[in-house]
Design a protein around this ligand. Structure first.
Ligand SMILES: NC(=O)C[C@H](N)C(=O)O
Length: 335
């Protein structure tokens, strides 16, 4: 008799979110309570997990992801690195609220020091809802984390039968189960019939190829985001600078344009040492260096295709190494 194939060991790190949420009735899909179901119950709800991996669970936090903080990220990333350094862990799944899932995924993509799979997963509907999407999403995520095909691909997001790269995926709809998309750069593949299928890889550096090390960090530099709009003035920007921001992401209109009224404050902040990154509120496309502003003259950085919330993450990590805007620009074209 042939021996059964050896299953990989996957640790599920639970952080809360709607995947662990409960509502008043089976038709409650808004106004439910996130982060109420513990990791053991999440695992018990999907007995099929035992067919694809030896699963163990750990409750790291129990929060709605709108409350995710830099400190949570450091705690989570350190735990991931400790676990992945163990020979008895083959992959990690992180259950997470969807609101900031793309941010946590990109943070980990830049600081995890392993080629082993790390897969983030969430749900758009609470666990008590009709057609809850959490159980199948979790099954797919565990299957992916246990798969040799996922090794070395960077941190992945598994939602709605699709595989996305952490850098490029976004939540694109407030409530539908197909919310997670890599709209223009393209998702990496699908999960179908108990198998992952990959078609693309991300060309940017990640995980073992990055220069960032959070192992001795207790906090991250303050970086805030100012949103661009018609009639924008410098009030919010000035408040962030006064509150001690070491970096500002300017989520500008269009391809990262700067309104005349905000340039003096941005420029003065740069001269005091704050790093200014020009991103865009549009959601797709490039913000090019020396495009809509003379970045060389202003000593600013262009965000390339990173959305503002992901540009914030890269800038925080960049600032742990340097305040030099040319060096930081190199990082924005590397990661
Ligand atoms: N669908 C969700 O998970 C949303 C929830 N507010 C969260 O991010 O925790």
């Amino acid at each position: 008799e042939a021996a059964a194939p050896k299953l990989g060991n996957v640790t599920i790190l639970a952080t809360g979110g709607t995947i662990a949420g409960t509502g008043a009735s089976s038709t409650t899909t808004i106004g439910y309570t996130a982060a109420t179901v513990g990791v053991e119950r999440l695992i018990q709800a999907v007995p099929e997990l035992a067919k694809v991996a030896n699963v163990t669970g750990e409750q790291v936090f129990q929060i709605a992801s709108e409350n995710m903080s830099n400190e949570h990220w450091l705690t989570l990333a350190k735990r991931v690195n400790v676990l992945l350094a163990q020979s008895n862990v083959d992959g990690i799944v992180i259950t997470h609220g969807t609101d900031t899932l793309e941010e946590t995924a990109y943070f980990l993509d830049l600081v995890v020091k392993s080629k082993k799979p790390v897969v983030l997963v969430g749900a758009m509907r609470p666990s008590t809802a009709l057609s809850a999407d959490g159980p199948l999403n979790l099954y797919n995520a565990v299957l992916l984390a246990a798969s040799a095909d996922a090794v070395g691909k960077g941190v992945l997001v598994a939602m709605n039968d699709q595989i996305h790269a952490a850098r490029d995926v976004s939540k694109t709809n407030t409530s539908t189960p197909d919310s997670f998309k890599t709209t223009e750069l393209g998702m990496l593949g699908y999960i179908q019939g108990n198998k992952p299928y990959f078609y693309h890889v991300s060309s940017r550096k990640h995980t073992t190829d990055t220069e960032f090390d959070i192992s001795n960090l207790q906090s991250l530099p303050q970086v805030d985001i100012v949103y661009g709009y018609a009639n924008m003035g410098p009030a919010a920007l000035n408040a962030f600078i006064a509150a001690g921001a070491k970096g500002i992401i300017h989520a500008g209109v269009g391809d990262g344009s700067l309104a005349h009224k905000v340039v003096p404050s941005l420029s003065a902040a740069r001269k005091q040492g704050t790093v200014i990154v020009r991103a865009s509120r549009v959601g797709q496309g490039i913000v090019a260096r020396n495009g809509e502003a003379n970045d060389d003259e202003l000593d600013f950085v262009a965000a390339d295709t990173l959305n503002p919330q992901k540009a914030r993450i890269l800038l925080m990590l960049a600032l742990t190494k340097t305040g030099n805007s040319k060096e930081i620009q190199r990082m924005f074209y590397t990661y």
